[in-house]
Design a protein around this ligand. Structure first.
Ligand code: ADP
Length: 433
């Protein structure tokens, strides 16, 4: 309809101009001049429309009639929609900023190349950053090797590091950092002050370590005396020799516990195992077979070592022996007569080494699995008759594996047996086959 309006205006105008020209004897000239003026007028309207479209405000639509008027109305609707959307997004952004502003922990939004897109006040304090650091690359500002590793690898599991703001604020010693995927390829860095928690944990560790050291000597002395008394007590004196044997067993248990606690204290202090010594898994298995075959036979258990791939690993041989010793000893211990314990080493599809100890024993109920590696944690129903263990073995296994950048995975179900597997990173596989 509006192009018709435009056409009618043009034709009426042209007719009027030609008529006037005819009356004055210049029909063609009047027609030509009219067309020229009409074209210039349309150019002017187009320019007006363009200028208005460029403006941020949507009011003052330049004209409403004709083809350009229709175009202006259409542009008006598009502009209005865009503004409404922009206002909505802005309000949402403001709400998000307010929410994260009062959040007690630090929050940093990072782009795919680790550029700081947004950061709350708390994160500035915890990371020692300035407001003006927005837009800068975070790894270049922090220059903290472990923290930068978290940033590069994107560790979703929390990592505790020394606070980069330590010199500016001595109250913040340790922070916990977690990098979560956010949006398409951005990341959300969550930072928490864990100084007090870490201090409490350190006090606990120091106490256990000191107490263990102090108890070691008296226990050795006691053990010596008990052994001496046992040797000098005649077997005929059954009640006394029986009591002394009981004391001897308990002292031995305490000594084992003290040794394991000291071992854990050492592991707490040590960092990643840097030894590049090459360990042949075959040799490990041979040694363990020698150590445990007799015990397995005594319990009428099958103990088999499967090594389909001849793997070599880098790390500390004694640590890996400790890990496997603990797992095999447990498997033999918690498997009933005629059962089977299989030890294997394979590569998984990510080229990681998997050392597994599988048994057909009594298994562990799912509710205990997450707590098994806690210090002193023992499954009550599995240990009703067994008072010998300390509940520290799996804690040592976990720590030793962490030192090798590996992890312990446990699968088990009651009555069907358990599978404890140690996954070591591909970087620790020195050779296969
Ligand atoms: P413990 O000295 O008691 O064996 P660990 O830390 O080695 O201490 O193990 C913790 C607990 O996990 C054990 O007390 C036991 O209840 C359970 N456990 C460990 N290995 C097995 C297994 N192979 N089968 C069943 N239960 C097990």
């Amino acid at each position: 309809m509006d192009w018709k309006y435009e056409r009618n205006v043009l034709l009426a105008g042209l007719f009027g101009a030609c008529l006037l020209g005819f009356l004055l004897g210049y029909t063609a000239w009047f027609g030509l001049v009219f067309m020229l003026l009409y074209t210039l007028f349309q150019f002017h309207r187009l320019q007006q429309l363009y200028d208005w479209a460029q403006k941020a405000d949507i009011d003052n639509v330049p004209f409403e009639l004709g083809l350009f008027g229709q175009l202006a109305q259409h542009l008006f609707r598009i502009k209005k929609q865009r503004l409404t959307r922009r206002d909505g997004a802005k309000a949402q952004r403001e709400r998000f900023k307010k929410l994260v502003g009062v959040y007690p922990d630090g929050v940093v939004i990072l782009s795919a190349n680790n550029e700081i897109q947004w950061v709350n006040e708390r994160a500035l304090g915890l990371l020692g950053l300035q407001k003006t650091d927005r837009g800068k690359i975070i790894d270049q500002l922090l220059r903290h090797p472990r923290l930068n590793k978290v940033l590069q690898l994107g560790a979703e599991t929390a990592v505790v590091v020394e606070s980069p703001a330590l010199e500016a604020n001595w109250a913040i010693e340790k922070i916990e950092v977690r990098a979560l995927p956010y949006g398409d390829d951005a990341r959300l860095l969550l930072v928490r002050d864990v100084t007090r928690l870490e201090r409490a944990s350190q006090v606990r560790k120091d106490f256990i370590s000191n107490a263990s050291h102090e108890l070691r000597t008296p226990l050795t002395v006691m053990k010596g005396y008990v052994e001496m008394l046992l040797a000098s007590t005649s077997l005929a004196d059954k009640p006394v020799s029986h009591s002394l044997q009981k004391v001897d067993q308990q002292v031995l248990k305490m000594q084992t516990m003290i040794d394991e606690l000291l071992q854990l204290s050492k592991l707490d202090e040590g960092g990643v195992e840097n030894s590049k010594a090459v360990i042949k898994v075959h040799d490990l298995f041979e040694q363990l077979e020698d150590e445990f075959q007799a015990l397995a036979k005594a319990k009428s258990l099958v103990l088999a070592f499967d090594l389909s791939e001849k793997l070599e690993l880098t790390g500390n041989k004694n640590s890996l022996l400790t890990v496997l010793r603990n797992l095999i000893a447990n498997a033999l211990h918690y498997t009933e007569t005629n059962g089977e314990v299989r030890v294997s080493c394979t590569l998984n599809d990510r080229a990681e080494a998997v050392l597994a100890v599988k048994d057909t024993g009594r298994g562990i109920s799912a509710r205990h699995l997450a707590r098994l590696t806690e210090r002193f944690y023992r499954v009550p129903e599995n240990n009703v008759m067994n008072k010998a263990g300390t509940g520290l073995g799996l804690a040592i296994v976990k720590h030793e594996l962490e030192r090798h950048e590996g992890e312990l995975q446990i699968k088990s179900s009651v009555g069907e047996g358990s599978r404890f597997q140690c996954v070591l990173p591909a970087s620790r596989v020195a050779r296969k086959n």
